[in-house]
Design a protein around this ligand. Structure first.
Ligand SMILES: Nc1ncnc2c1ncn2[C@@H]1O[C@H](COP(=O)(O)OP(=O)(O)O)[C@@H](O)[C@H]1O
Ligand SMILES: C=C(OP(=O)(O)O)C(=O)O
Ligand SMILES: [Mn+2]
Length: 538
């Protein structure tokens, strides 16, 4: 019954062929299809010792932001933030020609997987997203990452709100004449409610693609839409962890003392914080059972490893020879302590994670209200190797809302909605450096975890404090279970002047970056909360 309707839907979209449709396959069906000996090239998956299967995604082992376009038309012209960098415009005609390529690619398939999912926990704001793919492990990936409707919800799914068609095996031969970046494309058409993908096999494009769409629809309804992980304690106390890729959202939100809400994408409405996803996408480079026991244990049957080196069925997490961005996706229930459905009350603690490659930022700073806004707009961090094509070593970057790559509206839409919620609910913000310090090494996970504990249990607010000049940040000088001598970054250098020199360099980058927000009185007012090159007398 269902399949006849699905085939009709596919034909209506323009996928006409002699394919078999597999609708919302079970994990067992996915497994059989993934390891089938008929698979070619990057379709192939192999079973590993933990029970998880492992795949390779070819040359794309991270997202490809330069190949990402949004159709500029009457719907998007005045809403999308056309910054010339993140949201690249294309025409309905070019979209149409790429869509044709993807449809023709799928029409040739023997089998098409159609996976209906939800993006967003709450019925009033979720998107019903339909994925149409020809590769079994891509169907597995979206089954892991998105919210799996119950049998009843599938029966009553109705028309999808958004459709993603993945034609990763096809490329666009006309890209040059069309003025595109390459033969690969990730394109969105908000009028057609359609995302199409060609050329890249990286799963993150499907996951982060729908995040960008939630980042469009929710703030327009007054909700905060956030690139953060979230967890909740026994007492219902919710904490959010904002951060760019590799800063520790997934790692730090998997905390055995707390219940996980989600590891990457959340909304905040009048009832509280809710997850967009139904799974997690963790980095596994150098993963160890000892340091990250929850994530390690989540890698079992139904988990899907990407670009991990596997020797005789044994995954080698220390090997970054394919990419530094080795990953695993798993359904959220692979983590023991979770809340389901993935939502909780209002957040009280907001942590901004920054992996500072300069070694200047303190491991933790306590932010006042203006600083909370300033640092959210700055979103300073270092891009780490791997998650984006062409990034091979850490690069300092300012990424508004700690997620510039996924913002479809102007950055101030995200700061307004978030800061509004924070003020309404008395949430406090902290800036945590999970990156480097003067020792040249990354701050240890153990120390960061103890810092997070002190933020969550409130002991940081009662700790002795001092002011770090230039960066203009207040820091605690002592915290329970945190190594001595690391809280003030100046102490980790041979001499404080070494730190000062680097701090001045970083401060001037902050100041320069913030100029873009100084065309309003509101923005100008925030400058005093940021780093300062001159002595302050307040
Ligand atoms: N002090 C630290 N805090 C957080 N993560 C750390 C730290 N030191 C090293 N790491 C490593 O950095 C990576 C953080 O990645 P992840 O949690 O997946 O980031 P995100 O979810 O923000 O992309 C993990 O591989 C983790 O082991
Ligand atoms: C999947 C991604 O997100 P993150 O690294 O934040 O987990 C990504 O940026 O491609
Ligand atoms: Mn993550």
């Amino acid at each position: 019954m269902k399949n006849t309707k699905i085939i009709q839907d596919l034909e209506k979209l323009g996928i006409k062929g002699n394919y078999e449709v597999v609708y919302n396959p079970s994990y067992e069906e996915l497994y059989q299809a993934e390891v089938s000996s008929e698979n070619q090239g990057f379709e192939k998956a192999e079973l590993t010792e933990s029970g998880a299967v492992s795949v390779k995604t070819g040359i794309f082992t991270g997202r490809s932001p330069k190949d990402r376009y949004i159709v500029q038309d009457d719907v998007t012209r005045d809403t999308i933030f056309w910054d010339g960098k993140v949201n690249l415009p294309t025409t309905a005609e070019i979209f149409g020609s790429c869509k044709e390529l993807v449809l023709n690619q799928l029409a040739e398939s023997k089998k098409i997987y159609v996976v209906d999912t939800f993006c967003g926990t709450n019925a009033d704001t979720r998107l019903k997203v339909r994925f149409i793919v020809e590769v079994a492990w891509q169907a597995h990936f979206v089954t892991n990452m998105f919210i799996r409707p119950s049998h009843y919800e599938l029966e009553n799914f109705g028309e999808p709100d958004f459709t993603v068609i993945n034609g990763s095996k096809t490329i666009n031969p006309n890209w040059e004449a069309q003025g595109l970046n390459s033969e690969n494309f990730i394109m969105f058409n908000l009028t057609e409610k359609l995302q199409i993908i060609g050329g890249t096999w990286y799963g993150g494009e499907m996951k982060k693609g729908m995040f960008a769409m939630m980042n469009y629809y929710l703030p327009l309804k007054g909700m905060a839409s956030m690139h953060c992980s979230a967890n909740v304690g026994e007492k219902g106390d919710v904490a959010l962890f904002f951060g760019l890729s590799g800063t520790g959202k997934t790692t730090l939100s998997a905390d055995p003392k707390r219940y996980l809400i989600g590891d990457d994408e959340h909304g905040w409405d009048n009832n509280g914080v809710f997850n967009y996803e139904g799974g997690c996408y963790a980095k596994v480079i150098d993963l160890s059972e000892e340091k990250e026991p929850d994530i390690f244990a989540a890698i079992k049957r139904d988990a899907l490893l990407e670009n991990v080196v596997v020797n005789n069925g044994i995954a080698d997490y220390t090997d970054g020879s394919i990419t530094e961005n080795t990953r695993v996706s798993y359904p959220i229930y692979h983590i023991n302590k979770i809340v389901l459905p993935s939502k909780a009350g209002h957040a009280k603690k907001i942590v901004y994670l920054s992996a500072d490659a300069f070694g200047v930022l303190p491991p933790v700073s306590i932010l006042n209200e203006d600083q909370a806004q300033y640092h959210f707009l700055c979103g300073y961090t270092s891009k780490l190797a791997g998650t984006e094509r062409g990034i091979t070593e850490p690069q300092p970057s300012f990424s508004p809302a700690f997620g510039e790559a996924f913002l479809t509206l102007h950055p101030t839409m995200y700061s307004k909605t978030l800061i509004g919620k924070m003020q309404e609910h008395g949430a406090k913000a902290y800036l945590v450096n999970t990156g480097w310090n003067g020792t040249g090494k990354r701050i240890s996970l153990k120390d960061t975890r103890a810092i997070i504990d002190a933020i969550i249990d409130g002991s940081i607010d009662n700790a002795p404090k001092t002011q770090v000049p230039i960066m203009n940040l207040e820091i605690p000088t002592e915290l329970p279970n945190v190594s001595t001598g690391i809280l003030d970054p100046r102490d980790t250098y041979e001499s404080a002047s070494e730190w000062e020199e680097k701090a001045k360099d970083l401060a001037s980058r902050y100041i320069k970056n913030f100029e873009q927000y100084c065309d309003t009185e509101e923005g100008k007012k925030l400058v005093a909360s940021g780093p300062q090159l001159q002595e302050q007398t307040i």
